[in-house]
Structures are given as C-alpha cells and as structure tokens.
Design a protein around this ligand. Sequence first.
Ligand SMILES: [Zn+2]
Length: 331
Amino acid sequence: MDSIRTLEDPEATVLALDIGGTYTKAGLVSRSGEIRHVAVMDTASGDPFEQYVPRLAELFDRLRKASEKADPLAMGVGAPNASSQSGMMETPPNFQWGDRIPIANTCSKLWELPVFLTNDANAAALGEGRFGAARGLTDFVTLTLGTGLGSGIVSGGRLLTGANGLAGELGHINVFPEGRQCNCGLKGCLETYASVTGIRRTVFELIANRREPSVLEHYAFEELTGRIISEAANEGDALALEAFDYTAGILGTKMADTVAHLDPEAFVISGGLSQAGAILLEPLKRALEERLFPVYRGRVRVLMSSYTSEQAVLGPAALAWEKLEEGLGGR
Ligand SMILES: [Zn+2]
C-alpha cells in the first residue's frame, strides 16, 4: 500500500474521535468532509477508564480493518471538559473516570498519530463552520441543547479559546441569581432552563402550578424525554407549548446578550431539543428579535444543524484538518 503523506492527496483522511456520555464514535474523514468509515461503541462512562482503553483500541482496529487505506494524517478528538492545553478531560460531568483523564496521550499510544484535542462543544463549532450549517461564515455561535447546554464561539474566523482554553461556556451564564440549582454549584445557569433537562424541569413546574390537564402529567421525571414533550406540543398540548415558549423566551434573551458581545452572523442550534423544529425555532427567533439592541435587528440568523448523530465525527475531523493546515505537529 502506498503511504499517503500530503494534505492534497484526495485519499488523505484524518481519524476523528467523538467521545460522548453515551456513545463513542470514530471515523476516517476526508478534507472535504466525506466520512469514509465510521465505528461506534457504547462509552460506558459509568465504568472505570481502565476498561475503556482496551475497548477504544478495538474500535480503532475495526477502522483499520474496514479501510485498507487507513493511513490518517492526524487524529482529532472532541470530548467533554477536554482541555487542548493539558491534553486531559478535567472532571467531566456524568463520567466516573476520575478528575484528570489523559485522553490525548492514551489516544496517541493506541494509534501513533499527532493528536489534537478540544472540548466537544468547540469541536461541534469547528465542524459546523467547516462542513455544516455555518459553512462560509466567519462569526457564529453554536448551541447544543442536550442534557446540558454546550456552546462554541467562532469570531473573525477563529475559534474563541480565551486565556485558559475555556471560553464560551454559555451554559453557565446567569438567568436568575436565585434560580434553579445547577450541577456546577451555581444557581440559575442558562442550561438549567435551556436544555432537555431544563425543559423537563419547566414541564414539572408547570404541572405543579396549573389545573388544566396535560398528557405530560402521566410521566415520571426520568421517563420524560425531549421527544415526548415535542410530540405533545405538536399535538397542541397547551402545557407543552407553554414549556417551549418559556424555554425559547429565556434562551432568546440570553442569545440577544451574546449578540451584544460578539455581533455574530448566526447561531446554529443542535442537540436533542433542536429536534422539536419550528416549535422551538419560531418562539426563539421572536424572543431574540424582541430583545436585540436595535442596531442588530434583522441581522442575526438562527439556523438548525443538519447533522445526524454519526456526523458528530465531523467536529473533531475539522479540528484535525485545521491544525494540519496550520502546520502544527500535535501532541
Ligand atoms: Zn451552571
């Protein structure tokens, strides 16, 4: 097999690894964003990290076997609470892997490649900018509304990283100083309202404070998913619709604040809650426009991500391609 060693070779790929709380996805991705092969496994984030490493090695082996030309130029990794500076995942929520997990070193031992690491939300922003809904934009903010709220900021064509590589944690900006308790220890953080978990809390508050019947009354908190709330709203359930309006009102207000800081061209919304589509998007656009400082009105688009869950590898792939183009060697 001829070795591929230039960025320009059309066969050239990078290895992209997306580590989520539920699934780990690895893929070989070309420079144009074509996913040549992908392999998925359960992350099993409740088991020790020592058990994850051999399973990750097997996942990489599956890719090597799937592709005869598996000769990637570099590896891009997106993971929760990952720091590009330390190469570690640092106290990731929902993982029982410890406080400092040497994920970059682990990956480079399993497949000898330069490894580039960033947190999952920043990887998502890079992926949307290079291959997705924000393609061609230089100033945008991605918001991933899942279990929590992840965000990434691209300003002037560059991912905003900050002094410590921690910029863009919009999930933990304050909505109400004495608001809902957040997992981070603060109160009233945006993600306690604008996320799948947040809208579930809103539904239960509304049920407690209202008399009108709702189909959502019949669910326990753990059973209630974003999909169930979306379906109820689509069928005209008044309480579900009110929950979406409330969520969109809070998120739209905070997005208007973000516009005042950054003057972006667009927001890209993804994650479980975005599957609600227009039921979220329409009140969100209205709330944003109403709260915007007048000079920004009519200038900020709200886009929905078109990525399927397998395409999550495009984020870390974009990171690896960007670093290779910058001529960096990786860790
Ligand atoms: Zn918080």
